[in-house]
Ligand binder design. Structure first.
Ligand SMILES: [Zn+2]
Ligand SMILES: [Zn+2]
Length: 163
């Protein structure tokens, strides 16, 4: 969504926003789908000539667990913080977004907030037991019957000792 800021481009003031954001897809491989649009809420304030966005992005994607492969939905909330500028004076600052005329692309800012906010490792739960290395069954469903799990740390130690 394009957020029209013409009322505060030159004058102090604020523009509130509260809208749905539809993500088509993201660069985050653990994200399977977005069953519902994300919600962006917040405001842009012109204070002493600086346009600052502050808000939150709420989204509930379907994710896959990096450890057991299970799909699950999780509600996530990310900060929507950005400085908006007509031109890039500081190319090194990734938090500055360019205005397009009097508007800013809220979809782009929201997509960035989502990608940057996602943890690199997605787990269905903190104590996800993962898959059995032998039969591939999810150990979250209970023991698979393959017998005692070899402790990977002990296996490494055993390898070191035998070398
Ligand atoms: Zn898992
Ligand atoms: Zn097994």
């Amino acid at each position: 969504m394009r957020l029209d800021l013409h009322t505060i481009i030159a004058d102090p003031g604020r523009v509130d926003f509260d809208c749905d954001i539809v993500f088509e897809g993201t660069a985050v491989p653990s994200v399977v789908a977005f069953p519902a649009p994300a919600r962006a809420e917040g405001s842009v304030i012109n204070s002493a000539g600086v346009l600052t966005m502050a808000g939150t992005l709420s989204v509930k994607p379907v994710l896959t667990c990096d450890r057991c492969g299970r799909e699950f939905e999780r509600e996530l909330v990310f900060p929507l913080d950005a400085v908006l500028a007509a031109e890039l004076q500081d190319v090194e600052n990734p938090d500055i977004f360019l205005l397009d005329g009097d508007c800013v692309d809220l979809d782009e800012i929201a997509a960035d907030a989502f990608v940057l906010g996602m943890e690199s490792k997605i787990l269905c739960s903190e104590d996800c037991k993962g898959l059995c290395p032998r039969c591939g069954r999810s150990l979250n469903d209970g023991p698979c019957g393959c017998g005692a799990e070899p402790d990977s740390r002990l296996a490494v130690l055993g390898q070191l000792l035998s070398d």
